[in-house]
Design a protein around this ligand. Structure first.
Ligand code: 3PG
Length: 408
């Protein structure tokens, strides 16, 4: 499947000044340092491509959700990490508009990289303010705009939308790779396609589940989301958290699934846990106890799928040609309740012939920590949280739609 937008390979940008939107909204540790640099590393192919072509590269991003200027959310530390990864100086400017930016970019030599300060220090960024976008374009002196911040293309902000009204706008290599990997798995997968859905809430994933019911061969439901569906099915899930307002939505999912595979086969299509790992509270010291569904006590919290369900999930996944995994299978930050997620990661890593597409957010964080090869054990680990969910749900993403169309 090819991308429907022009990319940096399609425009004559040799030696030009290029403005790149990255998504450096990285997780920060309590001491303010970068807890995970996956998003920074993922931006390197585009930056290297441009630097190798003699471009002056001006990079912009947001970090967190500041209200006004908040130095704790400065991108300066990202610049330091980026310089280490590129093995090259990165000039950091503590603003993203104005004469200071203009002067630094103007005096930077070709094949140099300038990183601008957090766009969200200005409320105009999230307001998709055209005047603000014009100021960014003018200060950067750029000839082209490159969108490579896949994680933020579901937002119509000044740096993802209005900026495309100021400069010819094309995609970077990361955005193209994410789009192709995710949409190929959703639209033309090698079958069987098994989707493993986990995470906290049914309500967060409803758009994706609707799409997956149409395209997947099997959907394995786990994580806290499974508790809500088990409760809907009449299982007493003890003290586990359930979303009681999702009944009508779940009923519709089951109706659509029944129409697709026949009501007798729905339980083989939408696969629920047969046992769960429980604890009395969400605590790192709580032991793991696996119980059958009928044995969940009133004060038990289901925090992971059980051992029998883990084996069944591994078997289902191992027989797949394509696996889409979104959401951890339990409370994966607690080692005793990360068994399901770890076994699934292992099954995918040891079956490289399976195309594995792993959704961003918590799932990406888990597999990147788990994987000694920093995500390379899988076909694709997405850098996007909300963006990957919306893309899987078949939505049009504003930050992609506004880029120049591919020439046919
Ligand atoms: C993300 O982390 O999902 C993106 O960077 C978007 O951030 P936002 O949810 O604060 O807009």
């Amino acid at each position: 499947m090819s991308f429907f937008k022009q990319t940096i390979r399609d425009v004559p940008l040799e030696g030009q000044t290029v403005l790149v939107r990255a998504d450096y909204n990285v997780p920060l540790a309590t001491d303010g340092s970068i807890a995970d640099d996956f998003r920074i590393r993922s931006s390197l192919p585009t930056l290297t491509y441009l630097l190798e072509r003699g471009c002056k590269v001006v990079v912009m991003s947001h970090l967190g959700r500041p209200e006004g200027r908040d130095i704790a959310l400065s991108l300066e530390k990202v610049g330091v990490r980026l310089a280490q990864l590129l093995r090259k100086d990165v000039r950091f400017v503590d603003d993203c508009i104005g004469d200071k930016v203009h002067q630094v970019v103007k005096h930077a030599p070709k094949s140099d990289i300038v990183l601008l300060e957090n766009l969200r220090f200005y409320p105009e960024e999230e307001a998709d303010d055209l005047e603000f976008a014009k100021k960014i374009a003018k200060a950067s002196g750029a000839r082209y705009f490159v969108q490579d911040g896949f994680g933020v293309v579901h937002r119509a902000h000044a740096s993802t939308h209005a900026i495309t009204l100021c400069l010819p706008a094309v995609s970077g290599l990361l955005l193209e790779k994410e789009y192709v990997a995710i949409t190929s798995a959703m639209r033309s997968p090698e079958r069987p396609l098994v989707a493993v859905m986990g995470g906290a809430k049914v309500s967060d994933k409803i758009g994706v589940i609707d799409e997956l019911v149409k395209v997947a061969d099997t959907i394995v439901i786990s994580g806290a989301m499974a508790n809500t569906i088990l409760a809907y099915k009449g299982v007493d899930v003890g003290a586990s958290k359930v979303e009681s307002d999702q009944q009508a939505i779940i009923q519709t999912i089951y109706e659509v699934a029944g129409a697709k595979v026949g009501s007798d086969h729905v339980s083989d299509f939408l696969v629920l846990p047969t046992d769960v790992a429980v604890a009395k509270k969400v605590d790192i010291n709580e032991p793991r106890r696996t119980v059958k569904l009928a044995d969940i006590a009133k004060d038990d919290l289901a925090l992971d799928i059980g051992d029998e369900t883990i084996e069944a999930t591994v078997k289902t996944v191992s027989a797949a040609k394509t696996v889409i995994w979104n959401g951890t299978l339990g409370v994966a930050e607690l080692p005793n309740f990360a068994h399901g997620s770890a076994r699934l990661a292992l099954a995918l890593a040891t079956h490289p012939e399976i195309t594995s597409i792993i959704g961003g957010g918590d799932t990406a964080e888990f597999v990147l920590n788990w994987d000694a090869k920093k995500g390379k054990s899988f076909s694709h680990v997405s850098t996007g949280g909300g963006a990957s969910l919306e893309l899987m749900a078949g939505e049009k993403l504003p930050g992609i739609e506004c880029l120049l169309d591919a020439r046919r």
